[in-house]
Design a protein around this ligand. Structure first.
Ligand code: ADP
Length: 275
């Protein structure tokens, strides 16, 4: 009753829904094979979604997997900078080639296509969604075990397009203690259920700082309530990342591949088991 046939904005869990979103999936580039696609989401920008995406990719690369990162944060692309990528992506008539990082992770981002990385992308939602689906259909990814997708922030229009168009196998939700955690997690859970995509777990970023003298963990933004919120949704907290100058330094200098990935190792371990 009253069905507009637009599943993207409908909360009912009716029978036809899964079918429709399956049908909206776009074909992967013919020269590519990607075994698992992992989306990294957050409630808003600046929470550390790109940092977590990069650390997970680095961790998996170190374990010997073939890894790709798709930067789907079209209006705030930070992946190329974190990996210190200077080259532009090049295309042939077969498609577009990703740019390789120093350790061999394949990356595609709108910033690798813009003439000047400071050019803003002033596009409306459907055009941004189109660019992301093209990253899936037109980029020659080759054979990959894992692709990490740095999602646009929030649970809006573009995020929905990605989940409807790409075969995302699971989502990592990044929160920070100053977030309205229970609302953010609630929204993520509802969106994931709507799209029939499992939530792998939660990662809390900027959880604490470590005292350089005594090693004590200081919760600068107050005590975290994430574990309680996670438990109420039946989810796992897979990591807590400290606010750490070494991490901001590594991302600013483009040497994230040298960073310590310990805080995301539990999440990486869970993702590894998805193969
Ligand atoms: P998002 O992708 O959610 O917009 P980013 O991952 O780009 O956020 O992080 C925003 C900024 O904060 C970056 O400059 C990053 O280096 C810094 N940052 C993120 N997490 C940490 C952390 N745990 N410690 C230090 N700096 C961090």
């Amino acid at each position: 009753m009253g069905c507009s046939h637009d599943c993207s904005s409908c909360a009912s869990n009716c029978k036809g829904k899964g079918g429709q979103s399956e049908n909206m999936k776009v074909e992967l580039n013919a020269h590519s094979n990607v075994k698992r696609v992992i989306g990294i989401i957050s409630g808003k920008g600046g929470v550390g979604k790109s940092l977590v995406t990069s650390l997970l990719a680095v961790s998996m690369q170190r374990k010997g997997f073939e890894v790709a990162v798709m930067d789907a944060d079209i209006t705030g692309p930070s992946i190329p900078k974190m990996f210190g990528l200077k080259d532009k992506a090049v295309g042939t008539e077969d498609g577009l080639y990703p740019v390789k990082t120093k350790t061999g992770i394949d990356v595609m981002s709108i910033n690798l296509l813009l003439e000047d990385e400071t050019d803003p992308v002033v596009w409306r939602g459907p055009v941004i969604g189109g660019a992301i689906t093209q990253f899936w259909t037109d980029v020659i990814w080759g054979n990959k075990d894992f692709m990490f997708v740095d999602m646009p922030p929030g649970t809006g229009d573009v995020a929905l397009t990605v989940f409807q168009s790409l075969p995302v196998d699971g989502i990592i939700v990044v929160t920070s203690p100053q977030d309205l955690v229970s609302m953010i997690v609630g929204k993520a859970v509802k969106m994931a259920r709507l799209m029939n995509i499992p939530i792998i777990g939660l990662v809390e970023n900027m959880s604490y700082i470590k005292c350089p003298d005594c090693g004590k963990e200081i919760p600068v933004f107050g005590e975290s309530h994430l574990s309680d919120v996670a438990a109420s949704y039946g989810l796992e907290v897979l990591g807590r990342i400290p606010l750490d100058q070494k991490l901001s330094g590594a991302s600013d200098k483009g040497v994230i591949e040298l960073a310590d990935t310990t805080p995301v190792e539990d999440a990486a371990g869970k993702i590894e088991k998805m193969l």
